[in-house]
Design a protein around this ligand. Structure first.
Ligand code: BUP
Length: 459
């Protein structure tokens, strides 16, 4: 009997940073003849999530879709956070077991569930009852993954994050400077911290951890974790990135394109802080000054709220009209969703000022675009260190977390000049791009890892 391709159910978690790699992987699996069932929690937090899911399904009619209802707690009922994405993580964990009957009756029968780290503890019993393997998809760097996996151990010692220590030690990997630890980790009862710790404890039940990274990007950390030096209970870490992109091209604001098309090669700085970072209005003004001072051309995607549905402010209320007058030939500011991948692929883009959300990092890596890292929250300071070490970018550590203090326009301007004029960095970043291409090309390391997983799951 010849084996047939596996049937894989994918279960992402909340937020574009989590959904994006799942849509990309679903598209890759589908083009490799797998049967794919995509599981989504409803209602989603952001409008971007629902529109991306709908568009993906319309482009992949062969993909089955199962939607399940979640009921997030009211923000006021959780004393530690009002972040709607964290509340949705928690609600999804509470609802996942409802998926069992539809997963059990799937036809052809399911071969595996690929699910987000944020639901590891609740999906493990479902996969066990179904008698199929569960692979976790990690949506962050391998280095931050190590921190999450090791978090239960760190939390068991009240001194782990003590301000008297300058760094946090995790066996096998280079120490993490204390300022890079997400502040909620210092509070064990914070919802974000308890969710990560609970899910970390379930990692040993997974068959493997699929990671959107590649061997040449984080070689030492991957070697350490895969040799059992970080924790000896973890399943294999399987680097399969950078994931191929799948981007919706509908309903996008592309008004900047003719302008971008008319710019010379590698002359424009692209500025974006991801889908859920809202900067203060004072910081937005300093950033505008910095862009202007740098003298470089810029394309700036601006967000003013954590959830896109709340983003009601207009550009004219955020920045002075004189700024637009002075920079009308120098730059474009866009509000709303853009195709970041298309922008990064545009020959005019020469640098990327970014928060180091992991998808953005992998997108820049694929294209070898030098980054100026300005991490804002969560995993982003750890990711920024990875970016710097890999030769993809520079990072001004003293800028601190997003809401920690104002960075002046003067400093921002200087750093942008440094980014755009550092020829050594440009060469190193180009090399990163070449290595990323090799990893995902035919016979490449990431490509081989994914092929082996799918062969193992063939029915
Ligand atoms: Br904003 C924006 N267009 O306008 P990250 C983002 N993206 O294509 P985040 C667009 O969304 P986390 C836009 O290319 C990336 O794939 C972008 O994920 C795309 O950051 C994704 O980079 C955003 O991981 O999530 O959204 O802050 O919480 O994971 O940091």
């Amino acid at each position: 009997i010849t084996a047939s391709p596996p049937h894989i159910a994918l279960l992402p978690s909340a937020g574009m940073g989590h959904l994006t790699p799942f849509l990309r992987l679903a598209s890759m699996l589908s083009s490799r003849s797998c049967t794919v069932t995509f599981l989504t929690a409803s209602p989603s937090v952001s409008a971007a999530e629902s529109s991306h899911i709908s568009f993906f399904l319309s482009q992949h009619p062969q993909v089955k879709h199962i939607e399940f209802q979640v009921l997030p707690c009211k923000p006021s009922s959780n004393p530690t956070t009002d972040d709607p994405f964290f509340l949705q993580f928690e609600a999804t964990n509470r609802s996942v077991h409802h998926l069992y009957p539809s997963l059990a009756s799937a036809s052809p029968p399911l071969s595996a569930i690929f699910s987000d780290f944020a639901v590891a503890s609740s999906i493990a019993p479902v996969a066990a009852d179904l008698g199929i393997p569960n692979y976790i998809i990690s949506t962050t760097s391998c280095k931050f993954f190590c921190l999450m996996a090791y978090l239960p151990v760190l939390l068991s010692d009240p001194l782990s994050f003590s301000s008297s220590l300058s760094e946090v030690n995790i066996p096998g990997i280079t120490p993490l400077p204390l300022p890079s630890i997400p502040p909620p980790f210092k509070n064990p009862s914070h919802l974000f911290t308890s969710l990560i710790a609970t899910n970390a404890q379930a990692l040993s039940k997974a068959k493997g951890i699929l990671m959107n990274t590649f061997d040449d990007f984080e070689p030492e950390t991957l070697a350490a974790i895969n040799s059992g030096r970080v924790l000896d209970t973890l399943p294999p870490i399987l680097p399969i990135g950078p994931l191929e992109t799948f981007e919706p091209k509908n309903e996008l604001d592309q008004s900047y394109l003719p302008w971008l098309d008319s710019q010379s090669a590698e002359s424009v700085v692209y500025v974006s802080f991801g889908s859920r970072t809202a900067m203060s209005s004072a910081q937005i003004r300093e950033l505008s000054k910095g862009l202007e001072r740098s003298g470089y051309r810029f394309l700036w995607v601006l967000k003013t709220s954590k959830v896109d549905k709340d983003d009601k402010e207009e550009l004219k209320d955020l920045l002075e009209s004189s700024f637009f007058d002075r920079t009308k030939n120098k730059g474009r500011v866009v509000k709303g969703w853009v195709s970041q991948q298309d922008i990064l692929e545009h020959p005019a883009i020469g640098g990327f000022l970014n928060h180091c959300g992991w998808n953005s990092v992998m997108e820049a890596a694929r294209k070898g675009i030098p980054m100026l890292a300005w991490p804002q929250h969560g995993d982003q300071r750890v990711n920024a260190e990875v970016v710097e070490k890999a030769g993809l970018g520079i990072w001004e550590r003293k800028w601190g977390w997003g809401l920690e203090g104002l960075v002046s326009g003067e400093e921002i301007g200087k750093k942008i000049v440094e980014l755009m004029e550092d020829e050594k960095l440009r060469g190193l970043a180009r090399k990163v791009g070449e290595n990323a291409g090799k990893a995902t090309g035919i016979g490449g390391k990431s490509e081989k890892v994914l092929t082996e997983v799918l062969e193992y799951l063939e029915q």
